[in-house]
Design a protein around this ligand. Structure first.
Ligand code: ATP
Ligand code: MG
Length: 458
């Protein structure tokens, strides 16, 4: 076990453990080794973060329009929560989970998805009693130990929506319509909505048996994983990404042909609501999704512009999950969108200007600094983003910095201006400048800055 002493981690028997927590910072040649981020876990740098802010803001707006309220759950949960909900024989639980024992030997996991946590929180806080608590959303990081590549990372982010207690097929359609509404509002084009019905505990067992028979005859063509899966969880074979397994599935029985009456009616109504709103969709009889808890409606938003990573988001109905996790027997439905993939797609179609400050204040002299500092604060209180020439320096060097920042205006305050009670205001686009009385400064900029912002947005 690892103990912390004065911020330094050591194995508590004094010896290093396997994959020791800390390697020496200083190499023999005296150079200091850098600590790097973990593979597949990315920094989101300020230059890219405006895309994230746009996506998150738009998601909140759309979700709240449909009555969803935000919930935030921990990123670490007991391993058992995911093993029991997602399913022991899914890729996520078998291969992709970051699971580890804590200092007391309890098995924990970094969440690979959000549904299980939101369901757990709903049960734990007895939210059933709150009439407003039916629709939830959460936005945050998820963790899966996959092979990192474009659109596939080990820490990635999802926008996740969940609804409990409503089994009306209109809701299934509404959830998909909302997802499309969000994607449209954010400007994503060229994606398709694929839907399927996965049946229910009444109709799935007989389908499983038929599929098992089909897979038995093709066992020699399956990858080793699928050869095992065909016994324990044959539906998972549909989710395998190995080419030869996909080929082996040609002619396989299809769930949509084996639905019981109730599931068939439900699926028909869902399609009817989508058609009624002119939402285009494709029925994909092979789509099973990577989590065991789905039943009846399953859906995915797919693209052909991200190579192998063709799913932007997906979800489905999971009516038995809350009961199986020890809660009330309430139906559930939800989806998750991968933010990284969404942003990769958005960036293919449009550019988005990074946010820059509005004004740069160049300061010349110590007295001017005191007055300048006051002006800066007054402007910021008016909602104008100001950057300052900290430390003074020559006017030339301060102007160079202002230019690099891309501000629309530079205000210049030196001892001479101070004595006259004015400030020089330079319009960077027009390359013109004028003197403005210090007392009028916030009013003048308060009027010109919104116009300059609009101009830059066009
Ligand atoms: P895939 O089939 O691509 O592995 P998935 O079915 O495992 O996706 P879900 O569990 O349905 O994905 O998660 C919903 C969305 O989250 C995906 O559509 C995708 O946009 C995103 N996502 C899933 N795994 C990753 C990952 N490792 N890196 C980046 N985004 C991911
Ligand atoms: Mg996956």
């Amino acid at each position: 076990m690892i103990r912390s002493t004065c911020g330094i981690f050591k194995a508590n028997d004094g010896r290093s453990t396997r994959g020791s927590a800390v390697s020496p910072a200083n190499r023999e040649d005296g150079a200091v080794e850098r600590v790097q981020a973990i593979r597949g876990m990315n920094d989101i740098l300020p230059d890219a973060v405006h895309w994230w802010q746009l996506v998150e803001k738009t998601a909140r707006e759309v979700l709240e329009l449909y009555g969803y309220r935000e919930i935030r759950t921990p990123v670490v949960e007991k391993l058992e929560l995911f093993a029991r909900s997602i399913g022991e024989s899914t890729d996520i639980v078998e291969k992709e989970m970051y699971a580890f024992p804590d200092r007391k030997g309890q098995w924990l996991a970094l969440r690979p998805e959000a549904t299980a946590s939101v369901v757990r929180a709903f049960i734990e806080h007895n939210l059933q009693a709150d009439p407003l608590a039916r629709k939830f959303y959460t936005i945050g990081p998820m963790f899966r130990h996959e092979r990192p590549q474009k659109g596939r990372y080990r820490q990635f982010h999802q926008i996740d929506a969940e609804v409990f207690g409503i089994d009306d097929p209109m809701l299934d359609a509404e959830v998909m319509v909302m997802l499309c509404h969000f994607l449209e509002r954010i400007g994503l084009e060229g994606v398709g909505l694929h839907i399927n019905s996965l049946g229910c505990p009444a109709c799935r067992p007989s389908f499983r048996e038929e599929l098992k028979k089909f897979l038995h005859d093709r066992a020699a063509h399956l990858c080793p994983d699928c050869d095992r899966r065909r016994h324990v969880n044959p539906l998972r074979v549909f989710d395998c990404k190995v080419d030869r397994c996909r080929e082996a599935l040609v002619g396989a029985p299809q769930l949509v042909d084996h639905l019981c009456g109730a599931c068939a009616r439900h699926f028909e109504k869902v399609r009817g609501y989508l058609t009624g709103l002119d939402v285009p969709f494709t029925v994909d009889p092979r789509m099973v999704r990577g989590l065991d808890y789905y039943m009846r409606t399953a859906f995915e938003v797919v693209t052909d512009r991200l190579g192998a990573q063709n799913a932007v988001g997906g979800g489905g109905r999971y009516d038995g999950l809350m009961r199986d996790l020890g809660g009330p027997d309430l139906p559930g439905i939800g989806f998750a969108i991968g933010i990284e993939r969404l942003i990769l797609l958005l960036q293919q179609g449009q550019s988005l200007a990074a946010k820059t400050p509005d004004v740069f204040l160049a300061i010349l002299g110590e007295q001017a600094a005191i007055e300048g500092f006051r002006v800066v604060q007054a402007l910021r209180r008016r909602g104008i983003a100001v950057e300052v020439g900290y430390g003074g320096g020559s006017l030339k060097s301060q102007m160079r910095r202002a230019d690099k920042l891309g501000v629309s205006h530079v205000a210049i305050l030196g001892e001479e201006e101070l004595q006259k009670g004015v400030i020089v205001l330079r319009n960077m686009a027009e390359k013109s400048q004028r003197e403005v009385p210090l007392a009028d400064m916030t009013g003048v900029l308060g009027a010109v800055i919104p116009l300059a912002r609009d101009g830059r947005r066009q």
